[in-house]
Design a protein around this ligand. Structure first.
Ligand SMILES: [Cu+2]
Length: 371
């Protein structure tokens, strides 16, 4: 049976519009970093609508997947190449007893973003960007998040942390939904240390999350409580200076609202870090704050090529919860810290991607440029 049927890839192709994902290019060369060449591989567009096991020998080819061209980064508030190493520490003051108060201004806005060349998505955002800003604080500080809803629907901010019921940011509980035009200040103490997240928790939850209302929330461990191992994770300490830190949010987009994703990525743009590999210094260690917020699919995963890493589940321990692994999986809202280095490697490109192969082929494919 070879009857054509409309599958997710075909929909993606249709949704791509005017040739952005142009052309079957099975024989095209490997997509070079930074290439804007129209000859670049477009496996997405070349994929047959009907799936049989032998079709890859005729239509799909064997070239790495990518999109053609680049998104209009001026439409993003933050370029993913900048976002990946940007941490928002907000503004600080001190209370009379010396406790640091750390505050952020966060607004919910409707913004159209471009998630693959020519593919727009009508997002709901925190501060105009998807993911929202990576909020970072030190353990024990008093946090105040001044939230204003300037969007078109009720929203909240629900933090994965420890706080009161009133500040939980959930429809129908405590302060509950923040209606359009309303404000609310979420306030709680930063604990436990780790790699966390925040997201809108207004019903229907899957739609409010998937539309783009999520971000990473990092709490640095206090070395005075947790000893020397905490120092390397605390940016105020010289022991942390050597580390190259990155934040990666595994997300995906349902561009036709059929409760299935068409585009997968890290930090919102399909194949961005294949076209713009993340430059790393092989003499310095690497730490990744990794969060999975992918809606509609039960798991996502992270696989590193030619290397192994230590993993700290939720980032809430200073001893690895997994050692010497090259792949981990995360359900939605699971997150963790990855630590590794390329000290013994020759310089070059080293891939990392979802080892759910379909996700990789639909955008969640990335690379480090090790120098
Ligand atoms: Cu919402």
């Amino acid at each position: 049976m070879n009857r054509p049927r409309l599958n997710r890839r075909a929909l993606f192709r249709l949704g791509a519009g005017s040739g952005a994902l142009a052309g079957a290019a099975a024989a095209a060369p490997f997509l070079l970093p930074g290439s804007r060449s129209g000859a670049a591989v477009a496996d997405l567009a070349a994929t047959p609508a009907a799936g049989t096991h032998d079709q890859h020998t005729t239509k799909e080819g064997h070239s790495p997947s990518a999109t053609v061209g680049d998104v209009d980064l001026t439409r993003f508030k933050v370029d993913p190449s900048v976002f990946v190493s940007t941490f928002d520490y907000g503004e600080t003051t001190r209370m009379a007893d010396g406790t640091v108060v750390r505050e952020w201004q966060i607004g919910a806005y409707d913004v159209e973003i471009e998630i693959a060349p020519g593919v727009s998505f009508p997002a709901w955002t925190y501060n105009g960007q998807v993911p929202g800003p990576t909020l970072r604080a030190n353990e024990g500080e008093r946090l105040r998040i001044h939230f204003v809803n300037a969007g078109s629907h009720p929203h909240t901010m629900h933090f994965h942390g420890i706080h009161s019921s009133f500040h939980d940011g959930v429809t129908g509980i405590g302060r509950g939904d923040v209606e359009v035009g309303e404000r609310f200040v979420y306030e709680f103490t930063a604990k436990p240390f780790g790699c966390h997240l925040y997201h809108c928790h207004t019903a229907p939850l899957k739609r409010h999350i998937h539309k783009g209302l999520y971000g990473t929330f990092i709490i640095n461990p206090d070395p005075t409580k947790h000893g020397d191992r905490a120092k390397a994770r605390h940016p105020d300490r010289p022991e942390s200076d050597a580390w190259q830190e990155f934040v990666m949010v595994m997300n995906a987009f349902d561009t036709n609202f059929d409760a299935g994703n068409e585009v997968y990525c890290v930090n919102s743009v399909a194949f961005h870090y294949m076209k713009h590999p993340i430059v790393v210094d092989r003499t310095r260690p690497i730490r990744i704050y990794l969060v999975n917020i992918t809606e509609f699919d039960p798991i996502n995963s992270f696989h590193l090529h030619a290397n192994f890493f230590d993993y700290y589940d939720h980032g809430t321990t200073l001893e690895p919860t997994l050692r010497t692994v090259d792949t981990i999986m995360q359900a939605q809202a699971q997150r963790g810290i990855l630590e590794f280095n390329f000290a013994d490697h020759e310089p070059g490109l080293y891939m990392f991607h979802a080892h759910v192969s379909e996700f990789a082929e639909l955008g969640w494919m990335s690379a480090f440029d090790v120098r």
